[in-house]
Write a protein that binds this ligand. Structure first.
Ligand SMILES: *Cc1c(COP(=O)(O)O)cnc(C)c1O
Length: 284
């Protein structure tokens, strides 16, 4: 694939650079493309099946579906039981993932944890398990390539930023860019939880800076704060996702002053179903 371009965006009178990883592919884009890079380079005949699990709005789920379709690998995705409305949605990540061939299996809440733990037992060589959200050491190579693209762009900027779920992206990016400052913020849990998740993969390097939001937000809930930032960036010319990017932008605008390269982490395909939830709350 070609190198993703870099755009500029002006927010609150400040100019930011944006690495457009969102433009890589409609379904397999953003940091999920980077995290799945090694699997994407794997010859089709080396594997027959990918197994993963997690939420049904997941961007990782959609990216893995797109990858498996192009590789002709079977894709099994386990979740906890879904509501009827979730199953009937005719847009959003879950809908598209199924159209791309994902086989969805619901596991009873009571057995879910043990079931997921048991997946790795008796595993066939041709089956690969991608942990929830793609939190995997496998992500290293793809993020090293992103780091190379960043240094080779030769911007004067020495700080980059990207929001965290599992923290896999920010961690491996920071490890690959020791001469840069890498900002992130926890979108799913708090700072301590994010640190634990990162430490389960690797020691956290000094150049990785975790910004703490000034307010507590629950992941994937609609907030007027998030919606306002979403609209502000959209009006400035770039659409970002509604789950992660708003919090990262808020932290950058409130807590940093230098020039920054924002790594667009994708996820825009999930906005349609999220915008519906905002509309129901009266935000337009
Ligand atoms: C998955 C995702 C993230 C979080 O990535 P991690 O590597 O799990 O921290 C951030 N932004 C978007 C849009 C995502 O889809």
């Amino acid at each position: 694939m070609n190198i993703s371009p870099i755009s500029k965006i002006t927010l609150d009178g400040r100019e930011f650079f944006v690495k457009r990883d969102d433009l890589i592919d409609p379904f397999l884009a953003g940091n999920k493309y980077r995290k799945l890079y090694t699997l994407l380079q794997t010859p089709s005949n080396k594997l027959s099946k990918i197994i993963s699990y997690g939420g049904t709005q997941s961007n990782a789920m959609l990216a893995i579906s797109a990858m498996c379709q192009s590789k002709k690998w079977e894709f099994i995705y386990y979740t906890k039981p879904l509501s009827a409305t979730q199953k009937e949605q005719n847009d959003g990540n879950f809908f598209h993932a199924k159209r791309l061939g994902m086989q969805h299996i619901e596991i009873d809440e009571f057995f879910y944890k043990d079931f997921i733990a048991s997946l790795r037992l008796n595993l066939d060589k041709k089956i690969y398990i991608v942990d929830q959200g793609g939190a995997d050491k496998l992500a290293k190579e793809g993020l090293e390539i992103l780091a190379k693209e960043i240094t080779e762009a030769n911007l004067h900027v020495k700080s980059v930023a990207t929001p965290s779920g599992t923290g896999t992206t920010a961690l491996f990016l920071a490890l690959a860019l020791p001469e840069y400052r890498v900002y992130t913020t926890p979108c799913v849990g708090d700072v301590e939880y994010l640190k634990l998740q990162m430490q389960s993969l690797y020691d956290i390097p000094k150049n990785l800076i975790i910004l703490e939001p000034n307010k507590k937000y629950h992941f994937a809930k609609p907030y007027l704060d998030h919606f306002e930032i979403y609209q502000k960036t959209l009006q400035a010319g770039i659409e970002f996702d509604l789950l992660y990017a708003p919090l990262m932008w808020r932290c950058l605008l409130e807590q940093t002053h230098e020039d920054i390269l924002y790594i667009h982490s994708g996820g825009v395909s999930g906005n349609k179903s999220m915008l519906k939830r905002y509309e129901k709350k009266g935000f337009k």
